[in-house]
Design a protein around this ligand. Structure first.
Ligand code: MN
Length: 756
């Protein structure tokens, strides 16, 4: 039978009376609190001083809401009281209870946070403030995947897990009392509840809350389906009562005989979960057979498995229905053994077996932490911590098992160690950013073009600096300008890797483009000295450029220009080669170009043909290690693949290179102002006596030079030793001074510069 025809069959005439009845979300729903006296009955676990504080908070809330009514017409204060009653069922602390009592005061009564801090202290005020912020969020978008982000944002915004617990109680009470609301509003709230809040309750392991929120949502979203299934459930309850009662007695008797102390609870599926099962299995109500079931709560873990044995001896288990959620807990920390048994009359019933602790965690999840903390006063210290830890641990244990659980862990992490912020775009899309992220990160998260061109930002409608830190819930808007470009200083104020790499990329490109332009300028200038113009980068000259780049060892024309622009290759050398290549094609130097070149030369007062070296060149200019030129030496440069290598003019190795490859040589000279000292290779012949090395070191230091390297001969037996040193000096004169001082030392026989 399809749901539709089934519903038509059973549709009650008096739909509304069915709806108005207390929710069928069955199980042990405690009486709702409506007065402070009723609330007090649940607060026995508080100390006297805490109880006093809670009473103060109640008085304050009562005053604040004075004259306000609920949609149903009863005084508003009944709502915070009922919410606090639910919070008290979890035995949350006084701070949470106070916050629950006052949760609507900032929003609805014009009370301010500073006022609450003054009266009740910062921790309570922070909770109320957190709740108020959650209230302002409205889940409205119908976009897929947004519900998940919204849930994460809720979790992130309620830094303190107590905020989310109170919020869930608030939502539950609103759902329970929604009959009084306008139908349109009802279905929006119901949808929000089933998509956002019920899953949060589920993830926090608050199963009882989860089931009731789902069931209530379903009731308001699909009142007819709900009524139909509810009616069927009621009938089934009637016909099965006898069987269920008998089974329960049998089970209790068996356990008594086995001398195992257990508590047997009967349980009933919610309307919503019956509905879901019917839909999943495309089945009718009659085919959903685990509507009624039992929970066996035992004292210890081994008893769980022992009890399973007892049960399987009593009734026949249904093959394939046994599940060990103790060994492999569910993603939200749930642990139990599940088995389905068939009694002699053929009725299949599901049994869940668990310890008391597992039961607490299964029903109240994270809230079990507080429930046991309250128990701690009655001689069970550490139990609270142990349970809280157990709940978290069970999550960690299964981290690797399912994708879902690691995702959930992420949420818990957000909760316990908030490290992400969730912000909105102006179109209500949610973006997750790392903590400390700024509007620049936001802009790059939207699109790299938006990031590259962003100029200004607004947060919640207010203009802010681009480096402003964003907070969860902020609505962020950035404006762009086509001419804007990333600023290198942005690198200091971004948190996302994406923004960082995009900014770097842009700056590198920029540097690249600028280098090309500079390189072309330098080459044009240098080529003018040869009386020629730079040929166009076109097809006609493609072969020419190709042979030039092959000669220079560049991968492309652009790379050659970048190298010239960055000073890695010398413009005049490239120009010489280029003019040579042009000459081979028959291009002759033009008089005008030549004149222009000389004119430019004079104007700029630089000899384009001479490269000056001052020591600051870095990797593009190297001093040859064969001759180790120092200022004052006559030098020349060899333009190889790795830039310019400078040799002394009398260096034999340099001379050989010059003979072989003359076109790569260029004039090099020392600059007037030098930026550093230069290393010179020195050979010192010393007597092999004690203290000879010390004398050498002393002499060099006396001449105000430094030894940067010593190579000592290994002829210890000999009478003399040759020391090879690297000494850093200012110039030739300084070196001469060093050598003179060395020669004066008694142990030194000879000292001189090493030449290749
Ligand atoms: Mn409320």
């Amino acid at each position: 039978m399809s749901i539709r025809s089934f519903a038509a069959d059973l549709l009650p005439a008096k739909l509304h009376s069915t709806l108005a009845r207390a929710p069928a979300a069955a199980e042990s729903q405690q009486a709702e609190v409506a007065t402070f006296a009723e609330l007090s009955e649940k607060l026995a676990y508080l100390s006297k001083s805490d109880l006093k504080k809670v009473r103060e908070a109640y008085k304050f809330a009562d005053q604040a809401h004075l004259g306000q009514l609920r949609a149903s017409g009863i005084p508003y204060i009944t709502h915070p009281l009922a919410v606090t009653g639910l919070v008290a069922d979890w035995k949350l602390d006084a701070t949470a209870l106070m916050a629950a009592l006052m949760h609507d005061t900032i929003e609805d009564c014009g009370v301010t946070k500073p006022e609450l801090i003054e009266l009740f202290g910062a921790p309570t005020a922070d909770l109320v403030d957190g709740l108020t912020k959650l209230d302002k969020l409205q889940f409205s978008t119908r976009e897929d995947g947004q519900a998940e982000s919204f849930r994460k944002m809720l979790l992130a915004m309620s830094r303190d897990v107590r905020v989310i617990l109170i919020k869930l109680c608030d939502r539950l009470h609103n759902m329970r009392t929604m009959d009084a609301m306008a139908p349109a509003k009802r279905s929006r709230i119901a949808r929000e509840t089933i998509e956002i809040f019920a899953p949060i309750a589920h993830r926090l392991g608050l199963n009882q809350m989860y089931r009731e929120l789902q069931d209530l949502s379903f009731r308001f979203m699909y009142p007819w389906r709900y009524a139909a299934i509810g009616k069927a459930l009621e009938r089934a309850r009637g016909t099965r009562r006898d069987i269920v009662d008998r089974m329960r007695r049998d089970v209790e008797k068996s356990f008594a005989e086995a001398r195992t102390k257990v508590t047997v609870y009967s349980r009933e599926k919610t309307v919503f979960s019956i509905y879901r099962k019917m839909r999943e299995k495309h089945a009718g109500f009659a085919q959903v057979n685990d509507i009624f079931g039992f929970r066996i709560v035992v004292n210890s873990l081994p008893e769980c498995y022992l009890s399973l044995g007892t049960l399987h001896q009593m009734y026949k288990p249904v093959p394939g229905r046994f599940k060990d959620y103790i060994a492999i807990p569910k993603a939200n920390g749930y642990q139990s053994l599940h088995t389905t048994l068939v009694n002699p009359l053929g009725t299949a019933v599901e049994f869940q077996v668990r310890t008391e602790e597992m039961h607490a965690v299964a029903e109240a999840g994270i809230a079990a932490h507080w429930m046991y903390k309250a128990g701690a006063q009655s001689g069970r210290p550490d139990e609270a911590q142990r349970l809280g830890a157990m709940w978290l641990q069970s999550l960690i244990d299964i981290q690797s098992d399912t994708h879902d659980s690691s995702e959930f862990l992420e949420h818990i992490k957000i909760d316990l160690f908030p490290e992400a912020v969730y912000v909105f775009t102006p179109k209500s899309k949610i973006l997750a950013l790392p903590r400390g992220a700024t509007p620049i990160d936001f802009a790059y998260a939207i699109h790299s073009d938006v990031g590259d061109h962003c100029v200004a930002a607004k947060v919640n409608g207010e203009p802010v600096a681009l480096r402003t830190e964003l907070k969860s819930g902020d609505v962020v808007e950035v404006s762009t300008s086509p001419n804007a470009r990333p600023n290198p200083s942005w690198l200091n104020s971004v948190r996302t890797g994406r923004a960082r790499s995009k900014i770097r990329h842009f700056l590198k490109n920029l540097e690249h483009e600028e280098s090309i332009i500079l390189g072309e300028k330098l080459l044009t200038q240098a080529l003018r000295n040869e009386g020629m113009a730079v040929p166009a980068d076109d097809e006609e000259h493609a072969a020419l450029w190709q042979s030039l780049t092959r000669w220079s060892g560049s991968r492309s024309r652009a790379e050659l220009m970048v190298d010239i622009g960055l000073g890695r290759k010398i413009a005049s050398i490239v120009a010489k080669r280029l003019s040579q290549l042009l000459g081979e094609r028959g291009t002759r130097p033009g008089a005008i170009a030549l004149t222009m070149g000389r004119f430019a030369d004079n104007e700029a007062q630089v000899g384009q043909n001479v490269v000056e070296i001052d020591g600051s060149e870095g990797a593009s200019v190297q001093l040859a290690t064969c001759c180790r030129p120092i200022p004052g030496d006559e030098v020349a440069g060899y333009f190889g693949g790795e830039g310019l290598t400078v040799h002394t003019k009398d260096c034999s190795i340099g001379r050989r290179l010059r003979e072989r490859d003359g076109e790569r040589w260029m004039e090099v000279d020392w600059a007037e102002q030098l930026t550093r000292q230069f290393e010179s290779a020195v050979s010192v012949l010393v007597q092999n006596t004690k203290g000879a090395l010390a004398q050498v070191a002393q002499a060099i230091s006396a001449a105000e030079a430094d030894i940067t390297h010593i190579d000592m001969g290994d002829e210890r037996a000999a009478e003399t030793t040759e020391l090879k040193l690297l000494v850093s000096v200012r110039d030739r004169l300084h070196l001469a001074d060093v050598l003179r001082t060395l020669k004066r030392a008694s142990a030194v026989l000879r000292a001189g510069r090493i030449k290749p």
